[in-house]
Ligand binder design. Structure first.
Ligand code: PAF
Length: 283
């Protein structure tokens, strides 16, 4: 696996692969790779010839009081995992390489409509930071495809929308959430949890599943279901930020014709904030 730190070297490597007729896939990450990330790499490996994985802890998507400084950085272990998964190129840029001298004077990508609610309202500016860095990475690599985890479902929709709106010729793949045996979605932020908190956190997925089952069985009293779920979360020592049923394509409240549902949730536990979701059809 080659490691490139400069955009110009990355472009050369990708150009060489492309000149050999290889298809290119990009897997953008912030590192601290876990089995969820490795699933993205495996799925990309099955479908595309040349894989670029980026590791960049993007300061633009962290709020002032968030965990940018504490975000787990495990470069040597990440490198080993990428070698095992047969990744072709690791892109490891510095903050200056991506943003130059100033984070403030950046052209910014905004995706209205999908970003005002949920993580967008709890983390102002977060999705502008994500959309901006992902667009920059897309321009640097110009891949045929890019892979994202569906645990960050709102992020996935935002990236799919910006790709459509900016007419980027990139196939966006969303890969199903990888879970621990308890149901807890894999996340770098699980590293902040004690063993007891890990067990409590598993209740997030059981509440999502329980609510989804009730809706799938015909219950349409979404407000009451959300209230009951929040109560159940609190009982499990999880502090709900949001727990909301919505249309899976628009993230708006379900309409009478909604058939593709999503339930999005975020909870606080200790100093961590965890998100998860579930998606399902009801005809
Ligand atoms: O999901 C992530 O790890 C990040 O938000 C991403 C997509 C790599 C952008 O920094």
């Amino acid at each position: 696996m080659q490691t490139e730190k400069k955009i110009k070297d990355l472009r050369q490597v990708v150009k060489a692969a492309r000149s050999q007729g290889k298809s290119i896939a990009l897997i953008p990450t912030m590192g601290n790779l876990h089995e969820g990330h490795l699933q993205l790499i495996k799925q990309a490996r099955d479908r595309y010839d040349f894989l670029v994985c980026s590791i960049f802890v993007n300061p633009l998507q962290f709020g002032a009081n968030e965990d940018l400084g504490a975000y787990p950085r495990t470069l040597e272990a990440d490198r080993e995992s990428l070698e095992i998964e047969n990744c072709d190129c690791l892109f490891l840029p510095s903050i200056e390489e991506i943003y130059g001298d100033s984070l403030e004077l950046q052209t910014s990508i905004k995706v209205p409509g999908l970003t005002e609610k949920f993580c967008g309202s709890s983390r102002p500016g977060h999705f502008d930071g994500v959309a901006t860095v992902v667009t920059k990475l897309f321009n640097m690599v110009q891949p045929d495809a890019a892979f994202f985890g569906l645990k960050d479902y709102q992020q996935f929709l935002v990236i799919r929308k910006l790709t459509q709106d900016l007419a980027l010729d990139i196939t966006i793949h969303g890969i199903e959430t990888h879970r621990e045996e308890s149901g807890l979605a894999m996340s770098s932020r699980n590293n902040y949890l004690s063993e007891e908190q890990r067990q409590q956190a598993a209740n997030l997925y059981s509440c999502l599943k329980d609510c989804a089952e009730k809706i799938a069985a015909g219950n349409s009293d979404f407000e009451q279901l959300e209230k009951a779920a929040k109560k159940a979360l609190q009982k499990a020592s999880l502090k709900p930020d949001y727990f909301q049923v919505c249309d899976a394509d628009t993230l708006q409240p379900p309409s009478p014709v909604t058939s593709h549902f999503a339930i999005l949730a975020a909870v606080y536990i200790g100093k961590s904030r965890l998100i998860d979701n579930i998606r399902f059809e009801r005809s």
